[in-house]
Write a protein that binds this ligand. Sequence first.
Ligand code: NAD
Length: 423
Amino acid sequence: MSQVPTPEELNVYENAEARFEIAAKKLNLEQGLYHYLKHPSKEITLYIPVGMDNGTLQVFTGYRVLHSTVRGPGKGGIRFAPDVSLDEVRALATWMTWKCAVVNIPFGGAKGGVICNPQKMSKLELERLTRRYTAELSNWLGPEKDVPAPDVGTNEQTMAWVMDTYAMHLGQATTAVVTGKPIELGGSAGRREATGRGVMMCCNKAIAKLGIKKEGCRVVVQGFGNVGSLAAELMHKAGYKIVGLADIAGGLYNENGFDVPKVIDWVYAQKKSLQDFPGGGTKMTPRDVLFQPCDIVIPAAIENQITEKNASQVQAKILCEGANGPTTSQADAIIDAKGIFTVPDILGNAGGVTVSYFEWVQDRQGFFWRESEVNERLLDVMDNAFDQVVRYAETHHVNNRIAAYMLAIDRVASALRLRGIYA
Ligand code: NAD
């Protein structure tokens, strides 16, 4: 059998849709609501002119998809990457709707993206691109309309430019138009670690459920960026044994466990390659690390890592998804058949959007919380959401992923029934 998945299996929008279809059917969702929730409410394509440093004019294609504003303003990141596509942005916007509903925060779902290679652009070019993208969208964005955040290829600085451009158009400082900002501009304490912390909180709940002890519990993390490195660091500190790590250049497995703060120093302070970390371990491809012996596997890099072709190789007891869409819908049944306890992405990585919500709340009230308060509130949200998803799965005899979708769709559909359709 070929080891290469089909293009259909790798289409993230089709993957998101496949789970939506199953959940909507189980919920007996009315035909009208089904069609309404299946499609985004708005898709905007932009052709963004940017004066480049060498004096030429380049036109970039960008998108903003608003999937739903039923439960509140749209919420979702802006991705700058060469392989951005409308399908991908649409899938990510849809996931945001379900993610915000799973953790029960008052947002809908949205996502943006620009086809570009931020690694090959200067800071000034990125600033001009961000400002023009924001200016073109200024009628659609706003604290009560659609609130972006960072995603792959964008960061706190990008969000500061979005905030400033929007503020200049409106004629007033409006920090709540965007989250993931620098602390000095209304960012929240704890936002940087929030997604990784949320992943750990889900793992804590999952091991308690399965009766696994934290001390010595073996964890593999694929991806060593914001989500992966911070999840690994926090979990190492909490007593887990991090036995596998990977970034885009390669993976490392060491059954004795890694000293994660030392790996972070090696990669981020010393700017050395993760795979060359001198602490020992077996080198392998970034994907193979997912299939090593462990108790918990955390894909926290990119989409489509666990597929129909390789899912049978996963050895973990718990799959906790830090990335969006790391497991294809075709792989779900194989993971289920192996009895692996799954924390699906729309729950596992929801810590980030939850603290983004806290940031939006703090900006709007102009009063900021201590980091310990942020973390305490995050724990409350994540623990509740985890319990609700697991209870839903047990009551409806479905896996955790479908339960999370059902819970989310049910919440959005209930809100929609109450609001009614504006004629
Ligand atoms: P990031 O850019 O900070 O880090 C990505 C990491 O993945 C890097 O270490 C990179 O080397 C690695 N990587 C890239 N391609 C890889 C490959 N083919 N194999 C193995 N490793 C690879 O990104 P991030 O913010 O950590 O986001 C990671 C994932 O989590 C994405 O799917 C993102 O959408 C999702 N996510 C992020 C947040 C957040 O708050 N940052 C919130 C929710 C979901």
